[in-house]
Design a protein around this ligand. Structure first.
Ligand code: PMP
Length: 287
């Protein structure tokens, strides 16, 4: 089945969808994105993603596209026509294609933002084997720019980080700045000590994960303590458990950091419980 995508107001087969070579995202990574997961044909936390998208656009002074208020409907339509039971919807909005290359932002009156949405089919997304096995993490220096709270399409360093992890025989990397973990290449990072979840506080240093917000809310409801503070890789190596969160991985256990096994080297019980609570509650609230 040829996938149907959405480009600038039109639903098209993927091989007919086109974006200009002068698009600012292609030339300057001048764009933002969101990823919403689909479980059982329904969108998980769409409202959270839409809110963060609006904030990303505002922070970069990218005009809201005309279709902004129709985004839920467009997500649903793509899920429907592409018959996605479990999967992901990617949404990319760029500052558009002014027709030539210039560092100066184009006039928003004459240059419309580019809007692209596409789906990825991921049958069994919530039953990933990695959730049972756990992930091995390596630490790398965080050399990204200073506005990581904006979800931009500048994903080169996260991509390089995943390659560094792969070369080191690991599954992903946690980034470290001034001795403290910021986040994973495409996820937020957590450790658990006793009955306390520890994760870096929100700032411009990390993406404000939609999954993070939900997991911390559910954790507090389940009387699990949450400490939002910096932690080091040494503290993480000494933790009882560790995990990551993202819209595509949900809650995923970490079993090894820089070659050091956590606990008995298998996914922790509290992490498994958090994953269960997150998936149950999110499925209930899915739209
Ligand atoms: N941090 C980074 C750098 C990310 O790329 C992501 C996922 N896109 C996250 C955190 C997790 O955010 P969310 O839970 O909203 O997917």
């Amino acid at each position: 089945m040829t996938r149907t995508v959405f480009v600038n107001g039109e639903y098209l087969p993927e091989n007919e969808a086109k974006v200009s070579i002068f698009d600012r995202a292609f030339l300057m990574a001048d764009g933002v994105y969101e990823v919403t997961s689909v479980l059982g044909g329904k969108l998980i936390d769409f409202a959270g993603h839409a809110k963060r998208l609006e904030r990303s656009l505002n922070e970069l002074e990218i005009k809201k596209p005309a279709v902004f208020d129709d985004l839920l409907e467009i997500h649903r339509e793509l899920v429907r026509v592409n018959e996605i039971e479990d999967g992901l919807v990617y949404l990319q909005i760029t500052r558009g294609a002014p027709g030539d290359r210039d560092f100066v932002f184009p006039d928003p009156e004459t240059t419309e933002p580019t809007v692209v949405l596409f789906t990825q089919n991921k049958p069994g997304l919530a039953d990933s084997p990695a959730a049972k096995v756990g992930m091995k993490i390596v630490s790398i220096e965080d050399v990204r720019w200073g506005r990581r709270d904006i979800k931009t399409v500048q994903l080169l360093y996260p991509s390089m980080g995943k390659m560094m992890a792969k070369k080191a025989g690991a599954d992903d990397a946690w980034m470290v700045q001034d001795g403290h973990v910021t986040e994973g290449t495409s996820n937020n990072a957590y450790i658990i000590k006793g009955n306390t979840i520890i994760t870096r506080a929100l700032s411009n240093d990390i993406l404000h994960g939609i999954t993070r917000a939900a997991v911390l809310r559910f954790a507090k409801e389940a009387q699990i303590q949450v400490e939002e503070r910096n932690f080091t890789i040494d503290e993480a190596k000494d933790a009882d458990e560790a995990f990551i969160t993202s819209a595509s991985a949900f809650v995923m256990p970490v079993i090894e950091i820089d070659g050091v096994s956590l606990g008995d080297g298998t996914p922790g019980a509290r992490t498994a419980r958090l994953r269960e609570i997150y998936l149950d509650e999110s499925r209930k609230a899915a739209i």
